[in-house]
Design a protein around this ligand. Sequence first.
Ligand code: PRX
Length: 657
Amino acid sequence: MSADHEIENLSHENRHFAPSETFARNAIAQVDLYAEAKADRLGFWAKQANNLHWHKPFTQTLDWTNPPFAKWFADGKLNISYNCLDRHVEVGNGDRTAIFFEGEPGDSRELTYAELTREVKKAANALTALGIKPGDRVAIYMPMIPEAIIAMQAVARIGAVHSVIFGGFSAESLSSRIEDADAKLVITADGGYRKGKASALKPAVDEALSAGKCASVKNVLVVRRTNQDVAWVEGRDVEWSEAVGNASDEHEAQAFDAEHPLFILYTSGTTGKPKGILHTSGGYLTQAAYTHKNVFDLHAETDVYWCTADVGWITGHSYVAYGPLANGASQVIYEGTPDTPDWGRWWSIIEKYGVSIFYTAPTAIRTFMKLGSQIPEQHNLKSIRVLGSVGEPINPEAWMWYREHIGGGQAPIVDTWWQTETGAIMVSPLPGITTLKPGSAQVPLPGVSAEVLDDEGNILGRGHAGLLVLTEPWPSMLRGIWGDPERFKETYWSKFEGKYFAGDGAKWDEEGDLWLLGRVDDVMNISGHRLSTAEIESALVSHPFVAEAAVVGAKDETTGQAIVAFVILRQNQIEAAGSDSDVSKILRDHVAKEIGPIAKPRTIIVVAELPKTRSGKIMRRLLRDVAEDRPIGDVTTLADTSVMQSISGKLAGGAND
Ligand code: PRX
């Protein structure tokens, strides 16, 4: 089937689900939101911003005089943590639960807004005592425990800048991110519980800081979660229980400029070097809070919200650590994996806490779908009111299964399109307004302007597929790439003058709904996690056995895409190493060590040559055809057209998994 046919099939969907009358009547977002934003876009955003508390009100909404460097609410001052915590306590909501924490071993902990505020104040004082000042960078490498959120909020409270590094990344990835940001402090834990075991984190920090690396780091603040033995560097390592435990719980939040940096979050781009995406304060929190409230129809007094994302990803920033707290929501935080002790764990958590809004990724839904509906059926999921999906396209079958088996056949599903760079949701239905269509992210949110363009930049209308762009600046947009303004301009703003190029293919269907068609660059999406082909290629070639490598993302039924690596080996090195063990395993483990287990190729295919154009560019399109077991496309631009025959012959002869 040609790609065009696939797109045609994808965006023909006859099933439509209008919101129920009761839902629509009680919904937070009402239909005039669209008209309001259309009539006065900046006025609309200013109104959303004014739902926050400003120590000094802003008078200017947007400064776009020096594109692509936007300033939102620039003359205003606020404190992010005050907005997420203190103000709820001050209006009398201190007793409301902020966090229902569920540890993987079954321990649980509840923190009210008053308690969370107190913990964050103590942590803020502890950070200040460790010499952290506004603008300093703090790396956070933590399991999903309340202290991860306390740490992020405390860093934000004192105007420092956090860089959270996902706990699944390797010591190597950790140290390159710490070095890029010149972090002064690392906050970590001894370990966390995953898959029924204590999984260590501190050793990766020790390794990341070893041998003179990361000289900027003065201290490592360590939370005890698993109580496993950890090495201790006197003078550098500090116990969280002492530093935070003994700190004063009095801390007055100081106001910072709206454009004060809030965090850096590294994400994969098209080169081997991850990009430090920079977000600032006022605009980011405005849009995180606005989207969290309207897209999920949050009724903070009664809802229990749960987003399964880890704080190591943008979803765990905007929809765990910031948006829900800014809105005074009660949320569940779960430490572990969905299969521990069995595949019913998530559903038992929903039942236990009465979760009413649930936000997860299509990969998880497809996994559950395969396992069968008898698992969720053993649990009472009647509390569910709204379901969300994020990270990758959700296929209509998975959408229908999600609605039927998790949403009781009636919960609206919001398929939310956005990126680390956009900071918050950009395209999504609104649950009380939009008539839902399985598989489509549907419409730009009020205040957001998106278009689909052809390669020349012409605006495409209904029925046409092209490239997704955002045509107007938005409050939570990235403000740059840490330390690399040129790369920021080049990556996002150079393809189409004055417009943000997202890197995604998209199509408006005949009814005006948007379908996301996946990345059009060399970025892969594995289980909703973003990885670049170049990053994995450079990890592979850093091994002495590998002469050359080309990596592609091949379609995968469960994970969306899977990593397939084509490698040319150095036979002499393998012989010299006397290695008769499984080269494929050695290389997969090597990638896990260099980047992290999520980057392990699913398949490694040993080849004699790679398909290249006459100018030496690897033709990944052809390798994808091989990896996806399709007839090979046009090979006429190859320097040597026989290469593809040899590769597909190799595959037929058996690739090693
Ligand atoms: O390709 C799009 C896909 O995920 C990419 C962004 O990845 P990341 O920055 O890691 O953020 C993921 C969580 C927001 C996008 O360029 N993507 C994200 N959401 C969707 C999606 N693709 C289709 N539908 C979505 N709802």
